[in-house]
Ligand binder design. Structure first.
Ligand code: ADP
Length: 908
């Protein structure tokens, strides 16, 4: 038999109380659960029962002030948390491994476990240990799992990135279709769309969900093997019946309290199945907590630009290739001031729109704020003071909000009135559609804000259970209780002084701990000096503890006043929360409006700072960028030389073949045009002097891939996989950038692949494309393919060196300058010299025989002709002359003549 309820030998469960009285030192206020008489059985049984009911989760088992983990959970969690693995009791003759974390710092540990890919079931004590004692200690304290924490269902600020959504995605299949739904439990946003096997990868790359629930049977789908392998750590497979579309429909109807879902839109069965499974999963993990979820929004198929995962990575939209936010497009354009605004920006950037009207509406709002810097500045000044009310609202809905969440609502909603007033200023009306909608959405929250303002104290604890958050003067009854409690505390302080004086023991103290409550303590040597009314309680090493009738009376007064005060506060908290809940929709609307305003103003700010312009969008297939710049390269170059702007005009010539040496700016040019299309279609201004863009429905890029060894793919394989995706999928509205294809193989192989790919793009895909290449041979295709135009990056040769002008001009590069770049990069001079030699022979064309001759003549390997690693620089004639001089042997006159001669040798 096991025992997991023996006392902890390793650590004290005592914590100092925050609420210590004047001169009274007190210890923890909650008593640990007393160890049941028979070590082991009841708690142990309880543990096993709860653990069995939550397979796949670590169980955080509340014992007093700690969450304990046992058995295999402890073995798995201890190293992940970097905490000691100890043991407690024995089970079946073996030690029971155990580790634990203090309840009040559990969040930080949870964060680590979730990041490490675990799910954690939080099992709390659902009754007061004192109550359990009153029950007569029959069985252990009641415990139950109050929540299962998973990566996709987080709501705590400490577990989340304030500036990014954390999506829980669901995939389901019905009637041969695949549906995708996603929600952010921390903000209540909820959306769904139909998708397809081959589009799912792009969709997931757009959402970057923290967790994906899906039916077990989909895992076995061969076409999805590779995709799911990539998302392995985020997958939560569930039993197939959870994805039944009819059950899902009923679940959604009951969740929203509607008779039919038609009011929200018309959805396919697969989408409903996915959405229903998500609502079900949320209920499962939140153990019945009433999540707030906005009605599901349907994302229409084709309404967002499709960008596959590789393209997102290559273009460094939200993170750089090395995984950092800094240096990404998002980081460069993000001027939002609130978490919700930042999340909205990230969401927009992940899914640019393809519907011109919707884009135009966003652009109108930005243009309006660009043209009115004062309004923008005033708006931003207000937004700076807006806390994250979306997340506060979500926590309050789920019953895990605290006083600080109420304060966030007070402050955030408090700003809405002033913002509305600012937007209603006479000079501003009529507002563009998006801003007018936001202004309406802000709503009217005066009554709630005023009440929260009166109710909340200046300093707020994180949890309501800590008490002390209701302001004085808000509730008379509470004020009275607190007075009583404080009076009694003062009385105890006086009692301590009085006892000290009467006994002559100056070191006499009245203290408090959880086990015996208040007591008088004197050192052992002073024990005899106390009168008969001091009743002995405990003998400690070197100290004696007593109580008195007076002290006991005061103690019970304090306890009952504090208890009543806390109970009152909790009731007042619940009242405030219900008032908030009654207005949840209005509050959510205000939060959304604030985010929209923040984003429009942020785009306005970015546009003004960078001198960006409003793009024109239409449904055509043109692409005309004048004076375009690369947003992140330009930002990186700031202060270190100007970025050279370039035009990109794809009309009759749909495909530009861009040649030019390495480092000349080809990749930059290709990417900047893709990024400008993205910026335009999220409804932002763009870094150019003018831009006219025919909607891009799909964006593809193939830009210098790296080995993907984790998936067992070489550079060349990655390159070909990406190229295949483009050639198979790009259509007439697509925009493709291809940077160097066919490089990872032999020259002729590579050239042939590039050649055929270019023909395919031109003839079959009929898309707009920028194709950068080193293979000058491809320029010959321009004569044959009418929509292909050749462009090159201009370079200048100066004193034997190449100077990159970073200018795109029509025409083709005359040579590659690869050896020049190699020189710049510091290749040993003998290597570059030899390379020049080889190049000359190769360029003469009669390669077969020439190569054989070259191979016979291998200067680098020949011992007889060792080449210095870096040859001595050739001395100038002046240096030679100087070296020849013997100053001691010169007469003054000779010296003077020599000086004239040397000066005469200087280059004119
Ligand atoms: P390529 O693809 O031709 O090898 P890149 O596009 O990688 O060249 O450009 C190399 C470097 O040149 C960039 O890192 C950037 O610093 C600079 N550069 C590129 N384009 C420009 C430009 N238009 N203006 C100024 N500097 C540029």
């Amino acid at each position: 038999m096991a025992s997991i309820d023996a006392p902890h030998p390793e650590r004290s469960r005592r914590e100092p109380s925050k609420d210590a009285g004047t001169s009274i030192q007190s210890e923890a206020e909650t008593a640990p659960e007393p160890a049941p008489a028979f070590a082991g059985s009841p708690v142990m049984l309880q543990y096993h029962e709860i653990k069995r009911a939550h397979p796949g989760c670590l169980l955080f088992f509340r014992m007093g002030d700690f969450y304990e983990l046992f058995f295999e959970d402890a073995v798995a969690a201890a190293p992940a948390l970097d905490i000691a693995l100890t043991k407690r009791g024995r089970h079946n003759g073996a030690d029971i491994p155990m580790c634990g974390v203090p309840v009040h710092t559990a969040e930080a540990y949870l964060a680590r476990l979730i990041r490490a890919g675990f799910k954690v079931a939080i099992c709390d004590q659902t009754e007061d240990p004192a109550e359990a004692r009153r029950r007569g200690n029959k069985g252990p304290v009641r415990r139950a799992v109050v929540r299962v924490v998973t990566a996709g269902t987080l709501t705590e600020d400490g577990l989340l990135d304030a500036r990014r959504h954390n999506y829980l995605a669901g995939i389901a299949e019905a009637a041969g279709e695949i549906g995708l739904a996603w929600l952010d439990l921390s903000t209540g946003s909820f959306a769904l769309m139909p998708t397809a096997e081959n589009a799912l990868g792009g969709d997931l790359a757009r959402l970057m969900p923290g967790e994906i629930v899906l039916p077990e049977r989909l895992l076995a789908r061969p076409a999805l093997f590779e995709l799911f392998a990539e998302w392995k750590s985020a997958l939560t497979p569930l039993a197939n019946p959870r994805f039944d579309s009819e059950a899902a429909r009923r679940r959604l109807e009951s969740f929203y309290g509607v008779r039919a879902l038609d009011g929200f839109g018309s959805f396919g069965r697969a989408e409903i199945a996915a959405a229903g499974a998500l609502v079900d999963y949320v209920a499962l993990t939140q153990q019945g907590g009433a999540a707030y979820l906005a009605p599901p929004q349907r994302v229409l198929p084709g309404s967002v630009m499709q960008i596959d995962a590789a393209t997102r990575r290559n273009l460094e939209l939200t993170v750089t290739l090395s995984g950092e936010r800094r240096g990404s497009l998002l980081a460069v354009i993000d001027r939002t001031l609130t978490g919700a605004g930042a999340r909205l920006l990230a969401e927009h950037l992940a899914g640019p729109l393809t519907v011109p009207d919707a884009i135009m509406a966003r652009l109108d709002a930005v243009a309006f704020l660009v043209a009115r810097p004062d309004t923008r500045a005033a708006l931003r000044q207000r937004l700076r003071h807006c806390p994250d009310i979306e997340r506060a609202l979500s926590r309050l809905s789920l019953g895990r909000g605290g006083p600080r969440d109420l304060a966030a609502l007070r402050d955030g909603l408090g700003e809405t009135a002033a913002i509305r007033a600012a937007l209603a200023a006479p000079g501003l009306v009529p507002l563009p559609e998006t801003l007018a909608a936001a202004e309406q959405g802000l709503g009217e929250h005066g009554v709630l804000v005023e009440r929260l303002g009166r109710a909340l104290a200046a300093e707020l604890p994180l949890f309501a259970r800590d008490g002390g958050f209701i302001a004085a003067g808000y509730a008379i009854e509470l004020d009275q209780c607190r007075e009583l409690r404080d009076d009694s505390r003062r009385a105890i302080a006086q009692l301590q002084a009085r006892y000290g004086e009467a006994s002559g023991v100056a070191s006499l103290r009245i203290r408090h701990n959880n086990v015996i409550g208040y007591y008088v303590e004197v050192s052992a040597v002073n024990a005899g000096k106390l009168g008969a009314d001091f009743m002995h309680r405990q003998t400690m090493a070197g100290a004696m503890r007593y109580t008195t009738v007076e002290l006991s009376e005061l103690e019970s007064k304090i306890a009952s006043a504090a208890e009543r005060a806390l109970a009152l506060e909790l009731r007042l908290f619940e009242d405030l929360v219900s008032e908030v809940m009654a207005r949840r929709q209005e509050i959510a609307a205000a939060a959304a409006a604030l985010a929209a305003l923040d984003l429009a103003a942020a785009h306005g700010e970015c546009a003004s700072e960078g001198g960006w312009i409003r793009p024109e969008i239409d449904t055509g297939s043109g692409f005309e960028i004048r004076g375009g710049r690369h947003p992140t390269v330009e930002a990186a170059l700031a202060g270190r030389g100007a970025f050279v702007a370039n035009d990109c005009v794809l009309g009759e010539d749909r495909i530009w073949l861009v040649t030019g040496p390495n480092m000349a700016g080809k990749s930059t040019f290709l990417r900047q045009n893709a990024l400008i299309a993205i910026l335009a279609q999220i409804g932002a201004f763009v870094p150019a002097s003018s831009a006219k863009i025919g909607i891009v429905d799909r964006l593809f890029s193939r830009v210098g891939a790296a080995d993907d060894l984790a998936r067992g793919r070489s550079t060349f394989m990655v390159e070909m996989v990406e190229t295949a995706a483009i050639l198979n999928q790009a259509g007439p509205q697509s925009f493709v950038i291809l940077d160097e294809i066919g490089r990872g193989t032999a020259t002729f192989d590579g050239l042939s692949i590039a050649w055929a790919a270019l023909e395919h793009l031109h003839e079959v895909n009929c898309c707009r494309a920028l194709f950068a290449t080193h293979y000058h041979e491809l320029t010959a295709l321009a004569a044959k393919l009418p929509a292909l135009a050749c462009h090159t990056m201009r370079v200048k040769e100066w004193q034997g060196d190449v100077v990159f002008l970073h200018e795109v001009a029509s025409g083709t590069a005359d040579r590659s300058y690869g050896i020049h770049v190699a020189k710049l990069a510091g290749l040993p001079a003998n290597v570059t010299a030899r390379a020049e030699e080889v190049l000359q022979i190769l360029e003469k064309g009669e390669q077969g025989g020439a190569l054989a001759r070259l191979a016979d003549d291998l200067p680098l390997f020949r011992a007889a002709r060792p080449m210095p690693a870096t040859p001595e620089p050739k001395a100038s004639p002046i240096e030679d002359a100087l070296r020849g001089i013997r100053p001691d042997e010169l007469s003054p006159r000779e010296a003077l003549e020599l000086l004239y001669r040397l000066k005469g040798m200087l280059p004119k």
